[in-house]
Design a protein around this ligand. Sequence first.
Ligand code: SAM
Ligand code: DTB
Ligand code: SF4
Length: 340
Amino acid sequence: MHATHAHAPHSPSANEVPIRSDWTLAEVRALHDLPLLDLLYRAQSVHRAVWKDNKVQLCSLLSVKTGGCPENCGYCPQAARYDTGVKAEKLMSVPAVLDSAKQAKDAGATRFCMGAAWREVKEGPQFESVLEMVRGVKALGMEACCTLGMLSESQAKRLKDAGLDAYNHNLDSSEAFYGEIITTRTYEDRKRTLAHVRAQGINVCSGGIIGMGESVDDRCTMLLTLANQTPHPESVPINALVPVEGTPLANRPPVDPLELVRLMAVARILMPAAMVRMSAGRQQLSQEAQLLCMVAGANSIFFGDTLLTTSNPTFEDDMRLLKNAGATPLQPNVDRPKVS
Ligand code: SAM
Ligand code: DTB
Ligand code: SF4
């Protein structure tokens, strides 16, 4: 299969890049282990064939419901059971969320992602408020994304009807490593929610975290699992663990930036038409390491001073990053290459 050509100005096209969903671990590992310069050349060649210009999508992230989460994700500052200093808060009001979305739009964001520290969505007034938030973000002309935990198919349908563009639900790691980090839900649960999202025609945003103690094979297997879905996820966030005091992963050593660069490159080669997003952990990276991630094919950042609860580079830092890269923000509503 080939990704098709899109016609809007500045739109990416992928007419010459084959889109595959039959990768093997040996192939992925061989890509990962290439000499870095060869890997970057391969990734950049794929990237340029699809994404013809120097556009970077600026996404804004807001924690609409912070803390108090019943799950035990070993990396997460919002899990109630870890003493991390993050206090459990109520769901934000719809106007407060929309004010924040408007500010993000004025600062240049084209996608607004709302995160809730929930195990799963429950029917009721809170879900109704989230649907209202989605409608409001759409009315501002932005892409709307949510990450709310597990979803049923009927909840996915209601989000779709409200105008939701994308749902973020990360696989986080390989199936084999998953149980080392989270035991309150299974990998199957994760995949089921992704299937519900896909079935309703909502774009899938799914990626993972590196630096949790997983092996290189675990990282490659995670990307393989994402890339062997048909169609591919439209969006693949790659997070570097932000170790947070009080969580079981607080003392993990920092990720070697070049390992992150390698993973971005492999993600780009496996999923040519996906947005590859440099997500958590940018504050721990030099500007040069972030530029290398872009060379490797990353074409989106979360910008704004905070991610959900941890800090992110400042607006000024990110404007400097884009300027030094010679990149400009992706405009809203551009055509995207088809991913299968
Ligand atoms: N509760 C929902 C869920 O788990 O799907 C949505 C919010 S959750 C915070 C979204 C994602 O943030 C997680 O899947 C994980 O990949 C990422 N994340 C959370 N804490 C992190 C950390 N300390 N470092 C890097 N990524 C993190
Ligand atoms: C994703 O993969 N990374 C973002 C977004 N999706 C929701 C979240 C990162 C959270 C980092 C930890 C925090 O700030 O609480
Ligand atoms: Fe809860 Fe999501 Fe954090 Fe896990 S990652 S503890 S589900 S907020």
